[in-house]
Design a protein around this ligand. Structure first.
Ligand code: HEC
Ligand code: HEC
Ligand code: HEC
Length: 510
């Protein structure tokens, strides 16, 4: 592992590759790293399926339809096993598949076109080192006329520019490396650009923030409030590696969690810092005029104030500052200050697993009306010094509610425990048996006896892993009526009890 990191760090993309020893295994290692930086596995893996064997359905905006990703393992029949280096390069750089037809820009080739030829060759070498998986393409479901690939020609002529990354001669090598990773493999603009690809170029609204799959990916420009202007390079580096940063409001949610877990957290410290250094060079580009409606000036009279008092204040506090090290502040929070309200609505409706030093947030919105969710969303965007436009409406909440499926909301399958040591520890402690018919008042004592055994058997599991692991086990094992609470409240309370026990075990002596 050390060696790979060193190799990548030493090979800024613009240094002639002749400097690298092109041993096949080095090329494979380099390709594995770049495939991680490009998060290929995120799209090319079906839920529960083999990595890179494709089969994940990707929805197009506007109800145009959906498309399954292809198998990119080296299977000769159903994957890319028969592809030459040139075939692969053409797909990555030009968005054209082996038989010559155009690929939909749901495949982020408008960004991958920035990758150097050497880096593309390395990715192919890595994919070809994988076990071939026989997995035929699942059928697409795309409405006419978009179903005709030739129709993509018009889009391409209007919006797509092919071309490798060009370093800025005035910028440092570090900043250029960061720019390369952001523009190329990281395809950050695919989510963070203001205009999205169907009908827009890859560079319009560059990193100024926009919606993606019903979330809002915030402005990454240098603006103080709407963007990253007040983040230090250190804070940004820590956020990109872990999803939260000391001294900054906010913790990562939604699709960015996957980007961090699968991609950024596995990249070298030097590369993540280079990304932060590059982002910090972006000029401020505010996308909304700070806006405080007069009825929000008097916070107590605001329509969402009551809802906030009833549903949020216990955790996020009257001043929206949260609780250091346990609950993130809503004041000055990037998700709350984003131009679009989607992320806040989603979090209220679906809750959030524990992350870093933060507790889990229960899916409090399940029991709330669409109107209340919209009102409290606007309220938090307009108080505590926040000045984001109060545009959330009940209809939008209803749409996002239909799309929000999480374990904490009780409308998605229970999560599984990925870490084998922790899974083993839970089993050994008979967590499932202990949590089976738990009444609400038994949660505390039962967790208090269970936790030490689990921690002893899985000493490396951090707080978030323990909260999420025990909550998943509770979800799988529990009789959902035993607690005497509605299920989202029961599981949210359970997650809170585990967290409380970890942070402050002395409080619950038996
Ligand atoms: C955001 C989702 C997404 C990501 C990330 C992604 N792909 Fe894809 N990819 C797709 C989709 C969707 C298609 C199919 C497009 C079509 O059929 O028009 C595709 C097609 C391809 C193809 C063409 C295969 C064929 O049979 O025509 C290749 C090769 C490919 N991707 C490689 C990669 C590599 C390598 C990476 C990482 C560097 C990657 N993809 C990352 C979504 C993604
Ligand atoms: C039981 C405590 C609790 C309650 C009640 C609660 N939250 Fe949270 N909230 C949290 C925690 C903990 C997190 C961080 C979760 C994580 O990511 O690990 C959080 C995260 C958030 C975030 C995401 C912040 C970010 O940085 O991305 C928003 C927005 C939010 N809460 C809004 C609300 C609103 C609005 C309400 C009321 C409708 C509410 N919360 C009720 C505990 C709570
Ligand atoms: C699949 C979509 C997606 C991709 C790709 C993506 N992001 Fe994000 N990003 C999001 C979303 C959605 C959020 C909001 C999450 C939240 O508020 O908790 C976010 C949040 C962030 C934030 C926090 C901003 C703030 O003000 O709180 C930063 C910084 C960030 N992303 C940087 C990046 C970088 C750098 C890349 C490329 C390496 C990237 N993102 C790629 C979707 C994406």
């Amino acid at each position: 592992m050390r060696r790979i990191t060193a190799l990548v760090l030493g090979s800024s993309a613009f240094v002639a590759s002749a400097a690298l020893a092109q041993q096949p295994s080095d090329l494979v290692d380099k390709g594995r790293y770049l495939a991680t930086a490009g998060d290929c596995v995120a799209c090319h893996t079906a839920p529960g399926g083999k990595p890179y064997a494709g089969g994940l359905y990707i929805n197009f905006p506007g109800g145009i339809g959906k498309l399954a990703t292809p198998n990119i393992t080296p299977d000769k029949e159903t994957g890319i096993g028969n592809w030459s280096d040139d075939d692969f390069k053409r797909a990555m750089h030009e968005g054209i598949t082996k038989n010559g037809s155009y690929l939909y820009p749901a495949f982020p080739f408008p960004w991958y076109t920035r990758l150097s030829d050497d880096d593309v060759r390395a990715i192919k070498a890595y994919l070809f080192s994988l076990e071939p998986v026989n997995a035929p393409r699942k059928p697409a479901d795309i409405a006419f006329p978009f179903s005709i690939r030739d129709g993509l020609l018009a889009w391409r002529l209007a919006f797509f520019t092919e071309g490798r990354f060009k370093p800025d001669p005035k910028a440092s090598e570090q900043v250029n490396r960061g720019a390369y990773l952001v523009e190329g493999p990281g395809h950050c603009g695919a989510c963070h650009n203001g205009s999205k690809l169907v009908g827009a170029s890859q560079w319009s609204g560059y990193l100024e923030g926009g919606t993606i799959d019903g979330w809002y990916a915030p402005n990454l420009s240098g603006d103080d409030k709407q963007g990253l202007g007040l983040w230090s390079e250190d804070q940004l580096t820590t956020y990109l590696k872990t999803g939260a940063a000391p001294g900054r409001a906010g913790v990562v949610a939604g699709p960015m969690r996957q980007v961090i877990e699968e991609s950024l957290s596995k990249m070298s410290d030097g590369d993540v810092r280079a990304i932060a250094a590059y982002l910090k060079t972006l000029a401020p580009k505010p996308t909304y005029t700070p806006d405080v409606k007069s009825d929000f000036k008097q916070a107590s009279a605001a329509p969402g104030a009551d809802v906030y008092l009833n549903r949020c204040v216990a955790c996020h506090r009257p001043d929206g500052q949260g609780q250091p090290g346990a609950i993130p502040p809503l004041a000055g929070n990037g998700a709350v200050l984003a131009k679009g309200p989607e992320t806040v609505i989603r979090v209220i409706l679906g809750g959030l697993d524990a992350k870093g030093e933060y507790a889990a947030m229960p899916a409090v919105g399940v029991g709330m009306s669409d109107a209340d969710v919209a009102a409290v969303t606007n309220y938090v965007r307009q108080t505590f010094g926040n000045e984001a436009p109060p545009t959330a409406e009940p209809g939008q909440v209803a749409t996002l509610r239909a799309e929000t499926q999480t374990m904490l909301a009780g409308n998605a399958p229970c999560e599984t425990v990925a870490d084998p040591t922790l899974a083993g520890a839970l089993k050994q402690a008979d967590a499932a048996g202990q949590l089976k018919d738990l009444k609400a008042e038994q949660m505390l004592p039962r967790v208090a006896t269970l936790l030490p055994a689990v921690r002893q058997a899985a000493p490396k599991a951090d707080h978030a892993a323990l909260v999420n692991g025990l909550t998943a086990t509770y979800c799988q094992a529990a009789d959902r009526n035993a607690a005497g609470l509605d299920w989202p409240t029961a599981i949210g309370t359970f997650a809170g009890v585990v967290y409380g026990q970890l942070k402050n075990p002395s409080r619950v002596e038996k």
